[in-house]
Design a protein around this ligand. Structure first.
Ligand code: AMP
Length: 285
C-alpha cells in the first residue's frame, strides 16, 4: 500500500490510475480503524479497480467541548489493517493543509442536519460536508463508501453529492457489530469494562424495537418507549431516541419499513450512536 501525504501526491496517483484505465473507490475515515472501516474498503475493492482511504481527524467537525485532542490515533495499526483489507493507497494530511490560513468556504446541507445529531452537535455536519466535499474534489473517485452506522451523515452526504452534482456514487454499507450487538466505533475504546457492558443497551433497544415492529407494533411512540426503557435500565443518559422517516429524517407517528429508529446516548463519558431501519433484519436477531 502506498502512503500519500500531500494533496499533490494524491492527485498524481489518481491521475496515473486513470491513465491505466482503472476506476477509483474512496473510503474516508478518521482512523483508529476497526472492522467497520475495513468492511468499507472491502466493499470498495468489490466495486472498483483501485481503492484509496484517507485518515484525517477533522477538527472542523468537533465542537469546542468534544474529544478532538483525545480522539484515538494509531496510524501504524491503521496502515496494517488497510493493507490487510487490500487498500491500494492511504492519504493522510494535516489540519494546515486542509484548512490553510484564511480558509473561509463551507459546505452546508440544510434541513437534514437540523435534527438528531445536528441538534446536539451544532456545526458538526458543516465540518463533515466541507471535508468530504474537499476530499471528493481532490481524490475525484468514481465511488465513495460510508457506513450506515452514521446514517444521518450518510443521508446528508448523499444530498450534498446530488445537490452539487458531484460526479461520485455514494454507497451506504451495513453496520458491523460486535457479537453482542454493539456497533463498532472508534469511541468504544473509551469505554471502561463496566460501560462496555452497559453500551449494549443501544443495540438491544433497537433489536427489541425491531421485534415489536415485526410483531405488528406501528406506533412510533411505542417503539421509542421500548428503546428508551433499555437505555434507562442501563443508566445511559439518553440524548435522543427518535423514530424518523429515512428520507427526511423527520419524526413520524406511524412506522413502516422505511422508518429509522435512531439513538444517541452517553455511557460513562462516551457519546454513542446507533440506528436501525425497520424494514431490515436485525443482525443476529
Ligand atoms: P469514522 O472514522 O468514525 O469517521 O468513520 C469512517 C467511516 O466508517 C464512516 O463512513 C462510518 O460510517 C464508517 N463506520 C464507522 N463505524 C462503522 C461500523 N460499525 N460499521 C460500518 N461502518 C462504520
Amino acid at each position: 500500500m502506498e502512503h500519500l501525504t500531500s494533496i499533490s501526491a494524491v492527485r498524481e496517483r489518481v491521475r496515473a490510475w486513470r491513465r491505466e484505465g482503472h476506476t477509483v473507490g474512496f473510503v474516508p475515515t478518521m482512523g483508529a480503524l476497526h472492522a467497520g472501516h475495513t468492511s468499507l474498503v472491502e466493499a470498495a475493492r468489490r466495486a472498483c479497480h483501485r481503492v484509496i482511504a484517507s485518515v484525517f481527524v477533522n477538527p472542523a467537525q468537533f465542537g469546542p467541548n468534544e474529544d478532538l485532542s483525545k480522539y484515538p490515533r494509531d496510524l501504524p495499526g491503521d496502515m496494517l489493517k488497510l493493507e490487510q483489507a487490500g487498500c491500494h493507497a492511504l492519504f493522510t494530511t494535516t489540519p494546515d493543509e486542509m484548512y490553510p490560513e484564511g480558509f473561509a468556504t463551507w459546505v452546508t446541507v440544510e434541513g437534514l442536519t437540523d435534527g438528531l445529531c445536528g441538534r446536539a452537535r451544532p456545526g458538526h455536519f458543516r465540518g463533515v460536508t466541507t471535508i468530504v466535499a474537499k476530499l471528493f474534489n481532490l481524490v475525484q473517485p468514481d465511488d465513495a463508501f460510508f457506513g450506515e452506522k452514521d446514517r444521518q451523515q450518510l443521508q446528508v452526504l448523499r444530498r450534498m453529492t446530488r445537490d452539487l452534482d458531484l460526479p461520485v456514487r455514494v454507497h451506504g454499507c451495513p453496520t458491523v457489530r460486535e457479537p453482542d450487538g454493539l456497533a463498532l466505533s472508534s469511541r468504544n475504546l473509551y469505554l471502561s469494562p463496566a460501560d462496555r457492558t452497559r453500551a449494549t443497551a443501544l443495540s438491544r433497544g433497537l433489536r427489541l424495537a425491531r421485534a415489536a415492529y415485526e410483531g405488528g407494533e406501528r406506533q412510533a411512540a411505542a417503539l421509542e418507549r421500548v428503546v428508551r426503557a433499555e437505555l434507562e435500565a442501563a443508566q445511559a443518559r439518553v440524548d435522543y431516541v427518535e423514530v424518523v422517516d429515512l428520507a427526511t429524517l423527520k419524526p413520524v407517528a406511524e412506522a413502516g419499513d422505511d422508518t429509522l429508529v435512531a439513538v444517541a446516548a452517553v455511557v460513562g463519558a462516551t457519546r454513542l450512536i446507533d440506528n436501525h431501519r425497520l424494514g431490515d433484519a436485525f443482525p443476529g436477531a
